[in-house]
Design a protein around this ligand. Structure first.
Ligand code: NJP
Length: 237
C-alpha cells in the first residue's frame, strides 16, 4: 500500500516545503496546522489530506492522529519562537507558548502516532529542532531552553526505540527565511528582516530536501543529528 507521511505545521515555511517534497517522492501526506485554509489548499495541490491541527490542544491532536490510519514518516515541524529578551525582562506568556508548542506539542503528536509508526515496519520520525538546541545565546533563553528540551526528548526516544522498526533523525537548522521571524516579532516585518542581515539565509526548500534525503536512506541507516546552517552563520560545530 501507499506510504504515508504526516507533517505538522505544514501551513508555511519548512513544513509546507517538506510536505511538497514528500508528495513528490510518492507519499500520501497528511498536512496539519491551525491555519486550515492554507493546508487545505496545499493538500489539494499535492493530493494529500488536510486536517486542522493545534499541537497545544489535546483534543485537536487526538482528532488529528485518529484521522491518520497509517504513518510511515512523521515530521515534527510545528514550532517557533516568541519574543527576544533578557531573562530579567522575559515574558512568561512567551515562554509558555514556546514550551507548549515546541516541547509538549511535539511530545503529544509523537506519543499518539508511535504505535502506528511501529506498526509500519519501517517508521521514521524527523524532528525539526534548531541550532538553538545545541547552544545558548543572549536574550534567547526561552527559545533555546524549549528547543533543547524538544531535542532531548527526541534523543531519549531514540534510545527507547532501539530494537523497534523506527528510525529517528533530528534536523537542527540555523537561519531559514520563513515566517519564523515574523511570528517571533508579532508581525513586525522590519524587525524580522533584520534577522537575516549579513547572512544569505537558508530556504525552506533546503531543509525539505534534507528531509527527503533522510526518507530515502535504506532501513538499516539512521541519521541521528543533522546541523544545517547558512555558510556565513556562526554557531556550534
Ligand atoms: O516557521 P514558520 P519555520 N499547532 O513560522 C505551525 C524551526 N526552526 O518553517 O498553526 C500546529 O513559517 C505554523 O502553522 P499555523 C522552528 O522552531 C526555524 O521556520 O497555521 N501548528 C506553521 O505552519 C519550527 O519548529 C528556523 O500557524 C503550529 C509552522 O508551525 C520549524 O523550524 C530556525 C502551531 C511554523 O512555520 C518550522 O518553522 C531554527 C500549533 N500550535 C529552527 N504553532 C528559522 N526559520 O530560522 C505553530 O533554528 N505552528
Amino acid at each position: 500500500s501507499i506510504r504515508t507521511a504526516v507533517v505538522t505545521g505544514a501551513s508555511s515555511g519548512i513544513g509546507e516545503a517538506t510536505a511538497r517534497e514528500l508528495a513528490k517522492q510518492g507519499y500520501h501526506v497528511y498536512v496539519g496546522a491551525r491555519r486550515f485554509d492554507r493546508v487545505r489548499r496545499l493538500a489539494e495541490e499535492i493530493g494529500g489530506t488536510a486536517i486542522e491541527l493545534d499541537v497545544t490542544s489535546e483534543d485537536s491532536v487526538r482528532a488529528f492522529t485518529d484521522a491518520v490510519d497509517r504513518v510511515d514518516v512523521l515530521v515534527n515541524n510545528a514550532g517557533g519562537a516568541k519574543g527576544l529578551a533578557p531573562v530579567i525582562d522575559a515574558d512568561l506568556d512567551d515562554w509558555r507558548w514556546m514550551w507548549e508548542t515546541n516541547v509538549v506539542g511535539t511530545l503529544r503528536v509523537t506519543k499518539a502516532l508511535l504505535p502506528k509508526l511501529i506498526a509500519s515496519g519501517d517508521g521514521l520520525i524527523v524532528t525539526i529542532t534548531s541550532i538553538a538546541a545545541l547552544q545558548t545565546y543572549d536574550n534567547g533563553s526561552g527559545y533555546t531552553s524549549a528547543k533543547h528540551a524538544q531535542a532531548v526528548a527526541h534523543r531519549t526516544l531514540r534510545g527507547e526505540l532501539l530494537g523497534k522498526p523506527v528510525r529517528l533523525t533530528e534536523i537542527a537548522p540555523g537561519a531559514v527565511e520563513t515566517e519564523f521571524s515574523l511570528v517571533r516579532f508579532d508581525g513586525d516585518a522590519d524587525r524580522a528582516a533584520k534577522v537575516y542581515e549579513g547572512i544569505d539565509p537558508l530556504h525552506a526548500q533546503d531543509i525539505a530536501e534534507i528531509v527527503g534525503f533522510v526518507a530515502t536512506r535504506p532501513p538499516h541507516v539512521n541519521l541521528d543529528t543533522i546541523v544545517v546552517k547558512p555558510r556565513d552563520q556562526a554557531g556550534p560545530g
